[in-house]
Design a protein around this ligand. Structure first.
Ligand SMILES: N[C@@H](CS(=O)O)C(=O)O
Ligand SMILES: [Fe+2]
Length: 164
């Protein structure tokens, strides 16, 4: 991942943006052993504070840049404001690593003019994680979803219910 130098030609067809939320676009399922995905961050889009469900997470910025805020796991249920213990910036072609052992984090495209795109490898894959409210420290489970898989929009809304 470190050696790869971003070339949009390689990944453009997976990079789908949504005006309301950052998107997760599945590129490869690694025979069930890992998930490789492209995440697209419109201007000012961010994830909520979340864990990584015991998975190892490698990410590389392949367009624009991203900011990461690292937090400690909340110790108890008491209402408290979560303060970042570290803030870092990931520039184009930079690689980061995250796991539950390091804590929990939040990623943001801080730019108000430029999109950002990142390549994520999760091993093992996961379909649920926990998200945390920065203002209370309270957590809840959240299903993680793909905006597209292998370049095709994932069925959603009416289309999805027709299939059930
Ligand atoms: N771990 C997040 C993206 S990020 O904010 O690291 C996800 O899989 O959606
Ligand atoms: Fe993350």
């Amino acid at each position: 991942m470190n050696m790869y130098k971003s070339n949009p030609k390689d990944w453009k067809k997976f990079a789908k943006f949504d005006p309301h939320r950052y998107t997760r676009n599945l590129v490869d399922e690694g025979n069930g052993k890992f998930n490789l995905m492209i995440l697209c961050w419109n201007t000012a889009q961010a994830s909520s504070i979340h864990d990584h469900a015991n998975s190892h997470c490698f990410l590389k910025v392949i367009e624009g840049h991203l900011n990461e805020e690292l937090f400690d796991w909340p110790e108890n249920e008491e209402i408290h404001l979560m303060e970042p213990i570290k803030k870092s910036r990931l520039d184009l072609n930079e690689v980061g690593y995250m796991s539950d052992e390091l804590g929990i984090h939040r990623i943001e495209n801080p730019s108000h003019t430029d999109n950002a795109v990142s390549l994520h490898l999760y091993c093992p894959p996961f379909d649920e994680c926990q998200t945390f409210d920065q203002f209370t420290g309270h957590k809840r489970s959240a299903e993680v979803t793909f905006w597209s898989k292998f370049g095709k929009r994932t069925p959603f809304g009416k289309e999805q219910s027709k299939k059930k």
